[in-house]
Design a protein around this ligand. Structure first.
Ligand SMILES: *Cc1c(COP(=O)(O)O)cnc(C)c1O
Length: 368
């Protein structure tokens, strides 16, 4: 058996540790997962109703075109349904784009640290990924990224706000960048945390689609909508690009339950609004704790915070794990002494802030 060379030795995605494993390992009854940026408030109650109603429809294949969801999304965003790419999570849309545009002869450009799936999928296509370090404030260095563009560049990834640091790019910066990108190169604006963003300076990328047909916007139901377990994400782009990638999409890449849930979730804007508000209040409590301890917390427009603690990320991860909190070590995310914390519910964050001082005190003593 000879696997293709680009996947030999390629590490598989390392997910956040499952709650049940941690309970067993450390003999804990209560474990809080603050690692994968999921919505701690779950999903709109309308979602469970819709899933129950769809529960008897499992014997037939889903609508491969996703007609209803497409219509709902097209209406919500005032675009044509032909501009939508439905994916099994936006991860799958990233995969479609890589399969459709990248080859061994091309290259792709991303920021680092940023979301790992861009490079992974590019690597599988045999493509060179050019990684451009973020600036000291955590923002994409779009000028430096632009500088790397050549004839062979096919996709530039802009993760906005950026995972893992939560930092967003403002509209002026993004707009002048877009104007400077040559036509042969796609610009992907990954907006997985769009629903959490509150900064007025954040770009309204959908309004730019008419002017920039090479722009692809990624959104997902996995974060604020609370449907990570059902795998629905989508791209919004020009009809040309949506049509171009359609042949690589598996015929039934979303399922009946996911379609029903996403449709119901879209109808409950009040739920999203309330999650956004609670997230902000809770995030600022966590931020305050770390800033009071003199640690640098990246400005975040998302439901997670990246903190520079000065302590090796894996060490901190382990210490909190033993207390029943699953965080994300910065070590695998490009921040060796950082820790990424997904904002929990008020109860979860309170519990976290109760144990956090002693964890930090003992680790700082140990390091002295
Ligand atoms: C979570 C996340 C995604 C993937 O979400 P899906 O669950 O696949 O829709 C994409 N991009 C970023 C930056 C993310 O953080």
């Amino acid at each position: 058996m000879i696997t293709k060379k680009q996947i030999q030795g390629l590490p598989a995605y390392a997910p956040g540790k499952p709650i049940e494993d941690v309970k067993r390992e450390f003999n804990l009854t209560n474990v809080v997962k603050m690692a994968s940026n999921e919505n701690p408030y779950g999903a709109s109650p309308k979602v469970a109703e819709a899933i129950t109603a769809a529960a008897t429809e499992t014997a037939v294949y889903p609508d491969g075109y996703g007609t209803q969801l497409r219509h709902a999304l097209a209406e919500k965003h005032s675009v044509s349904e032909k501009q939508i790419i439905l994916g099994n999570g936006s991860d799958e849309v990233i995969q479609f784009l890589c399969r459709s545009y990248l080859t061994a002869e091309t290259n792709t450009i991303m920021a680092t640290p940023s979301f790992s799936q861009y490079k992974l999928n590019a690597t599988i296509e045999g493509t060179t990924t050019i990684e451009v370090p973020v600036r000291a404030d955590g923002s994409h260095d779009l000028d430096a990224m632009l500088h790397q563009v050549n004839e062979q560049t096919r996709i530039i990834w802009v993760c906005n706000p950026n995972n893992p640091n939560g930092v967003a790019i403002d509209k002026e910066t993004f707009f002048s960048f877009l104007k400077a990108v040559p036509d042969h190169c796609l610009v992907v604006s990954d907006e997985a945390y769009f629903e959490y963003v509150e900064d007025d300076a954040y770009p309204d990328t959908i309004s730019l689609l008419d002017q920039f047909p090479q722009l692809v916007i990624l959104r997902t139901f996995s974060k604020a909508y609370g449907l990570a377990g059902l795998r629905i994400g989508y791209g919004i782009t020009s009809e040309t690009i949506a049509q171009a990638v359609d042949p690589v999409r598996p015929p039934f890449n979303n399922n009946v339950i996911g379609h029903a849930a996403a449709l119901a979730a879209l109808k409950d804007e009040a739920f999203i609004q309330s999650c956004r508000q609670k997230n902000r209040e809770e995030r600022e409590k966590i931020r305050a704790f770390f800033e009071e301890r003199g640690m640098f917390v990246y400005p975040s427009e998302t439901n997670f915070l990246l903190i520079e603690t000065g302590i090796p990320g894996n060490k901190l991860f382990q210490a909190f794990l033993e207390k029943g909190f699953i965080l994300r070590s910065g070590e695998a995310l490009g921040y060796p002494t950082g820790i990424r914390i997904s904002i929990g519910s008020a109860v979860e964050n309170k519990a976290f802030l109760e144990v956090a001082p002693s964890v930090f005190d003992s680790l700082s003593n140990e390091m002295r």
